[in-house]
Design a protein. Sequence first.
Length: 75
Amino acid sequence: MGQLRAVELLLSIGADLDHRDERGMSAWMIADEKGEDETVRLLKSAEQEKRDRENTEREMGMRLFDSGRHEHDQR
């Protein structure tokens, strides 16, 4: 259970979820290899949250761009 808490701490301070080791393995892949099911679930959930956040930011940016362009076209 100590490893899970360590991962929670690392995630809370912004650990890089995209980092890969020399074999090209991500943190969740290594945890899976070691049979750390709870850690795998935590890491995969954190990755999904990150993707959702990035998608939301991208969508907001596109909406702002489109609304600015539309406003400019109205003039």
